[in-house]
Design a protein around this ligand. Structure first.
Ligand code: AMP
Ligand code: ZN
Length: 111
């Protein structure tokens, strides 16, 4: 996806503050953090949103979710954290490349 900013980050065409990388997953800090620690995990492959996933993405989604607490701990979020996946315009999604927000380290509003 040539016009996708997260694909450009994956390709190294745009910079990021990297938290983690493997062959399938990249994690980096959000440029507009909503908490003292705020990063996102994304699949390297372009998937527009959670609503575009199917059974073929099951293992990848599982890997992303299982990585979240490990990276959160490594980023200092030893007391807990919030995960968020905005899906579609109605869900407040702004970047249409699937990403899992992980944030915390300060007071969070109750849901
Ligand atoms: P969402 O509303 O879930 O689509 O969130 C998109 C997030 O991506 C927002 O929190 C933005 O601050 C963040 N974001 C946009 N561009 C970049 C970028 N170049 N590097 C890091 N985070 C970004
Ligand atoms: Zn993309």
């Amino acid at each position: 996806m040539s016009d996708c900013i997260f694909c450009k980050i994956v390709a190294g065409e745009l910079p990021c503050s990297k938290v983690y990388e493997d062959d399938e997953i990249l994690a980096f800090h959000d440029i507009r953090p909503v908490a003292p620690v705020h990063f996102m995990l994304i699949p390297k492959a372009h998937i527009a949103s959670l609503a575009d996933c199917d059974e073929r993405h099951q293992a990848l989604l599982g890997r992303i979710l299982l990585l979240a607490p490990r990276l959160a701990r490594e980023q200092g979020l030893t007391n807990g954290f919030r995960t968020m996946i905005n899906t579609g315009r109605g869900g407040g999604q702004e970047v249409f490349h699937l990403h899992v927000h992980v944030f915390g380290g300060g007071p969070l509003r109750p849901m």
